[in-house]
Design a protein around this ligand. Structure first.
Ligand code: ATP
Ligand code: MG
Length: 470
């Protein structure tokens, strides 16, 4: 796949171009590839040669046996009326000569009757003997010996040709293996090399580095894409974190300035420390405290370990506690609060679970208009789990924002206009739920409301015994 975008210049510290342009891993790949090709080729040649040699040998043997039998039959025609006609025996030596062989004919007493002139030249190891039989009686014997000429010479020439053809095929295959393996190794190693350089550059603090001008297939392409995506994600988080720090500093500055001015004017006797003036200063202190709470919660949620004090708790009791703490704020916001609480005992951290439910109820209140309703339910589910659900009739969450609401610092476009916040509430809820083996689920219909559910696995021992909760 081709990644578009501007090509980046080579980074400093880049290693000198290795031999074949493939580095150590590439060289190993090439050696392995060529090794496999050579081994396969050699094995094939070995097996094919053994097979063909056996067939040719079998064929030559058959032909030689046929020559010997023909010679014996020719010798039989030279025996008439109980006597050998020596002149007729020439057909025997002629038959042998045509096949590049020598022959001798013996009578039944072992006397040599006829013999090829070069018979002694042929090796005795190639000799084939045949009895000469006429009208059912054994009248003599024919021996045929074969030499390097004739059929064997043709086979020898064929062997030499086969050998040359195999060497040629071997060299062509080797050249092809080298070319293909260098190409394949380059295709594999080049993206890895680029990735290594990019990772090192990032490690050295270069946040801009991305791999954009590389063609890589399959998993290598995915690896490069994953690197780019991870770099984008980290950068996006960094930006969000910097924005939060800037926003928080900005938000802290206003109440601090108001407090400073207010207290200074009281110290200077310009304003009276009346209840009204002190209440206004107290409001600023509360704003400061809220911002600090946000920062503290974020730090807690970010810390790798969330310390939990787990005990058997009644989920309904925790939800009721959260509801009673928020009753006044709900009243002030003119949002009706309904409770539908079924007692169900789970193993959890009371304070953390209270924090989660409070967070969800705060969201429900923040994103529901006056006159709306928020319902809090606790249930034992059909699957045997326990759940707490906060349902509101608020503005809802657009489908494209829904998958992102648990992201750190994410705030919906519509909700930002409706209420203030830092975009960390649901991040914390999600992390706390997971720390307690729970699961957060959010469904929403923009314009009609949102339903947020935290499901906790029910302790099997608790479910069986119906253990009493605190
Ligand atoms: N009940 C809800 N109704 C509509 N939108 C919601 C609801 N709960 C969450 N959201 C959306 O999800 C976003 C993230 O929620 P989250 O609680 O993490 O942050 P926040 O409420 O904006 O700020 P914070 O909780 O940090 O004060 C919200 O900005 C809002 O867009
Ligand atoms: Mg929130």
């Amino acid at each position: 796949m081709k990644r578009s975008g501007p090509a980046r210049p080579a980074r400093p510290g880049r290693a000198p171009r290795p031999a074949l342009g493939v580095g150590k891993l590439g060289r190993r790949l090439i050696v392995a590839f060529i090794g496999v090709v050579l081994a396969t080729l050699l094995l094939y040649i070995l097996v094919a040669t053994m097979d063909t040699n056996r067939d040719i040998d079998h064929f030559v043997r058959g032909q030689e046996n046929a020559v010997a039998s023909t010679a014996a039959m020719a010798a039989g025609t030279a025996f008439h009326g109980g006597r050998w006609n020596l002149a007729d025996l020439k057909t025997v030596t002629d038959t042998a000569a045509i096949a590049g062989a020598g022959a001798e004919v013996l009578d039944s007493g072992g006397t040599v009757l006829a013999k090829s002139p070069d018979y002694a030249r042929f090796p005795a190891t190639t000799q084939i003997g045949r009895p000469v039989v006429t009208r059912g009686s054994h009248v003599g014997f024919v021996r045929v010996r074969f030499g390097p000429g004739g059929l064997r010479a043709a086979v020898g020439r064929l062997d030499a040709q086969r050998f040359r053809a195999r060497i040629l095929a071997f060299l062509v295959a080797l050249a092809l293996a080298i070319v293909v393996s260098v190409y394949a190794a380059r295709r594999i190693v080049a993206p890895l090399e680029r990735l290594l350089i990019a990772v090192r550059a990032r490690g050295a603090g270069d946040r801009q580095v991305r791999i954009t001008d590389l063609r890589a297939v399959g998993e290598l392409g995915e690896l490069v894409d994953a690197f780019n995506a991870a770099a984008d994600e980290v950068d996006q988080r960094d930006r969000a974190q910097r924005a939060l720090v800037a926003n928080t500093a900005h938000e802290l500055r206003t109440p601090v300035a108001v407090l400073q001015a207010g207290t200074e004017s009281m110290v200077d006797g310009v304003t009276e420390p009346t209840q009204e003036n002190l209440a206004s200063l107290h409001d600023e202190v509360m704003r400061l405290s809220q911002r600090l709470d946000d920062l503290q919660a974020l730090a807690r949620a970010n810390s790798a370990t969330i310390r939990l004090t787990v005990a058997h708790e009644n989920l309904a009791a925790i939800a009721r506690d959260a509801a009673s703490r928020l009753a006044d704020v709900y009243g002030a916001g003119d949002v009706r609060l309904q409770l539908d609480l079924e007692p169900v005992t789970i193993s959890c951290d009371y304070q953390r679970t209270l924090e989660m439910i409070t967070n969800l109820m705060t969201n429900a209140l923040k994103y529901t208009r006056r006159g709306g309703t928020v319902t809090v339910e606790t249930r034992q589910t059909d699957q045997g789990d326990a759940c707490v659900r906060v349902i509101d009739t608020g503005i809802g969450i657009p489908a494209d924002e829904l998958p992102r609401v648990t992201e750190r610092f994410f705030r919906g476009a519509g909700s930002s206009a409706m209420a203030s916040g830092s975009g960390i509430g649901l991040t914390i809820v999600d992390e706390l739920a997971r720390a307690q083996r729970g699961k957060l689920d959010i469904t929403s219909r923009p314009g009609s409301g949102t339903q947020v559910t935290i499901t906790f696995p029910l302790d099997p021992a608790l479910a069986a015994a119906g253990a009493p909760a605190r």
